[in-house]
Design a protein around this ligand. Structure first.
Ligand code: DC
Length: 335
């Protein structure tokens, strides 16, 4: 059983229009979710207190919902809320993810459900971008694109071809023909190189450094940015990277720049590495991180800098939960 959300508005408290708009809303919900009246167990309606001349539930009966339970209620008068609005929750026996339907201006109630949203989360290595991006994407039920994974796959390709990642002339022809795909399984990103899932193989310190080096070349960025923009144009998603808010999606509606002191970031990385059973000295992790930051910040093409309109989040003294809550709150203020 799933709950399908929807809402519509009327221009005036007119019984005929209420009947028509409710019928239209229910039909749209049926069509967009490919269901029949018989699949529906129950429909509840709530209307703002300026709608008094007709019960939405009665309109549902008239629209052919004969066997399901129906209920209408009136909402309290809340100042500033959308006027002349009828909301619906339809409980139906469907397998697929419900498609919400908002008609006649009611979409303003739920922009997160009805509009495509792109959220840019940029920042240096170890700032917690990828953890936070995944949490936010899961909360909003949208995709999470780890753009770093794409540069890591480019680095892996160059290494496999025996090419020095710093040598732009040798790198460009390889990246020009690269067979790189990003796929999702149960909402989790998998990065494919030449048809093979390399998602684990690209998570080594060697690849981290090589990705930073290879990502400085214009030809590599051009190719990756094109792919990233295509994914962002087709899907609501959180994009985690270095140049999303400044270069990939300068018009993204929501931009965050996550950072923390180098020591704290290195400490987090160090703990991750130790937890994975490997042993490495803290100073080594710190040195690698500082070197990579410098390389990412100082490169000529799309360097790591904060977009002017991004929200800065310094997570040095914040837990993962606190950062996620803060970002969610900021999103709610804008969505
Ligand atoms: O986020 P990460 O550590 O997986 O990224 C690996 C490298 O890729 C990083 O050091 C710089 C580069 N990168 C980039 O230049 N632009 C992005 N949008 C993402 C990553």
């Amino acid at each position: 059983m799933k709950a399908i959300r929807g809402a519509t508005t009327v221009d005036s408290d007119n019984a005929e229009q209420i009947r028509e708009r409710v019928s239209e809303l229910l039909n749209e919900i049926k069509n967009r979710n490919a269901i029949n009246c018989d699949d529906v167990e129950c429909i509840t309606f709530s209307s703002t207190d300026d709608i008094r001349s007709f019960y939405p539930a009665k309109a549902a009966r008239e629209a052919g919902f004969f066997s399901c339970a129906l209920f209408s209620a009136m909402e309290p008068k809340i100042s500033g809320s959308l006027k002349m609005c009828i909301r619906v929750l339809m409980f139906a026996d469907i397998e697929k993810k419900p498609v919400p339907v908002y008609l006649h201006g009611a979409a303003v109630l739920r922009k997160d459900l009805t509009q495509k949203i792109n959220i840019a989360i940029d920042g240096p290595a170890g700032s917690g971008k990828s953890t936070i991006s995944k949490i936010i994407a899961k909360k909003l039920d949208i995709l999470c694109l780890d753009t770093g994974a794409m540069y890591r796959a480019c680095a892996l390709k160059c290494i496999k071809e025996g090419v020095d990642c710093a040598d732009e002339e040798s790198v460009c022809p390889i990246i020009e023909k690269i067979n790189l795909e990003v796929k999702y399984s149960d909402g989790v990103q998998h990065t494919y190189l030449d048809g093979n899932d390399v998602s684990s193989e690209i998570r080594t310190p060697e690849i981290s450094m090589a990705a930073s080096t290879v990502s400085a070349h214009g030809c590599v960025r051009e190719k990756m940015v094109e792919l990233q923009r295509k994914i962002a144009a087709e899907n609501s998603c959180v994009l985690d990277g270095r140049d999303i808010g400044t270069n990939v999606l300068p018009n993204a509606q929501y931009k965050f720049f996550l950072t923390a002191s180098a020591e704290i970031r290195a400490k987090r990385r160090h703990e991750e590495i130790l937890a994975s059973g490997k042993n490495v000295h803290f100073n080594e992790v710190l040195a690698e991180l500082v070197k990579r930051d410098e390389q990412d910040r100082k490169r000529e093409v799309a360097p790591l800098i904060m977009a002017k309109d991004a929200v800065l989040v310094d997570s040095s003294n914040m837990s993962v939960e606190e950062v996620a809550e803060y970002i969610e709150r900021k999103l709610q203020e804008k969505i």
